[in-house]
Design a protein around this ligand. Structure first.
Ligand SMILES: NC(=O)c1ccc[n+]([C@@H]2O[C@H](COP(=O)([O-])OP(=O)(O)OC[C@H]3O[C@@H](n4cnc5c(N)ncnc54)[C@H](OP(=O)(O)O)[C@@H]3O)[C@@H](O)[C@H]2O)c1
Length: 286
């Protein structure tokens, strides 16, 4: 297939491009900067320079390529700029969807998250609604996620990958990432809040497979949702940091997510099945 990848130079994108090329897809990607263009060309992708906020440029690029499918892995989080990231989710997604429709694309795979669900007991499954009644500031994040997810339903076939918290190369949890630095400075206490994790290699593998999955949302998370009291000491140890402090309580919606749909219905299996062994495995190779 001819695949148009938006976000090919990001944490998931860098894992995704070689995997798509390896299974025989033709890959065309966009970036805003020459250095990333050079890097992605060296992998074997065709690269176009375009900013997703420039609607005309995105429409022109997509019309030129006429892909069979679009994979949207855009975020704007390397500087933890959450308002810019919401803009990417809303305006960036809208531009990609409109460009895809104009170019006659029928299949769209998009990156979303697995911690925007309504609060409740136990890991969230995909039939649980997004937390649209959340108070500020959470509602801003949920609203942007809901807008992204709604926008992609305009395509005849769409898969929404609700990823867990990323770890692995290029993420906030890598040895030099923002979370690692906080933990090394002992500035991140463990709470009762529950998260689901996913290694970026598993995130990328799921995006390749999603080209053949049925339409709808699917959680792409590992097998073991866990409270920070459980995972943070394991992560700190893998980093060589001291034991984190503990404070009681959790944020709204910190419930983790279930991967039963991906595993049982689609046959997907994570190669990093749990953060328990994944953190040290991943940090040892960095
Ligand atoms: N589920 C999660 O836990 C999650 C999800 C997303 C991100 N994160 C975290 O966020 C951090 C940064 O993520 P990242 O490495 O993927 O980088 P990023 O800075 O979020 O950028 C991701 C991709 O989006 C592209 N992009 C951003 N704005 C764009 C625009 N206006 N037009 C066109 N392309 C645009 C970038 O392309 P160019 O820069 O090449 O133009 C890049 O390929 C990581 O540490 C990761 O852990 C976490």
């Amino acid at each position: 297939m001819r695949i148009f990848v938006a976000g090919g130079s990001g944490a998931v994108g860098r894992q995704l491009l070689p995997r798509l090329l390896q299974v025989g897809h033709e890959v065309i990607t966009i970036t805003r900067n020459e250095r990333n263009a050079h890097f992605m060309k060296s992998m074997g992708a065709r690269v176009l320079l375009a900013d997703v906020f420039n609607q005309e440029a995105v429409i022109t690029a997509m019309a030129e390529v006429r892909p069979d499918a679009v994979i949207h892995q855009l975020t704007s989080l390397s500087d933890m700029n959450f308002s810019e990231n919401s803009r990417i989710r809303k305006e960036g997604t809208r531009n990609l969807v409109e460009a895809a429709q104009t170019a006659g694309v029928t299949r769209f795979v998009a990156q979303s998250i697995s911690w925007a669900y309504e609060p409740g007991d136990g890991p969230a499954t995909e039939n649980i609604p997004l937390d649209l009644n959340a108070p500020e500031p959470r509602i801003r994040m949920v609203d942007a996620v809901a807008t992204l997810e709604q926008a992609v339903t305009a395509l005849p076939e769409y898969v929404i990958l609700r990823y867990g918290m990323f770890y692995g190369p290029g993420t906030w949890h890598e040895r030099t990432g923002q979370i690692a630095e906080k933990v090394l400075r002992k500035e991140m206490p463990a709470t009762d809040g529950i998260s689901s994790f996913i290694h970026v290699e598993d995130a990328a593998n799921a995006a390749v497979l999603a080209l053949g999955w049925p339409s709808g949302p699917v959680n792409i998370v590992d097998n073991e949702p866990a409270s920070a009291v459980q995972w943070l000491p394991v992560y700190a140890r893998a980093l060589g940091a001291s034991e984190p402090d503990y404070i009681t309580g959790m944020e709204r919606g910190e419930r983790g997510a279930s991967n039963a749909k991906a595993r049982l219905e689609y046959g997907w299996e994570p190669i990093f099945p749990t953060w328990r062994t994944g953190f040290s495995r991943s940090l040892a190779s960095q």
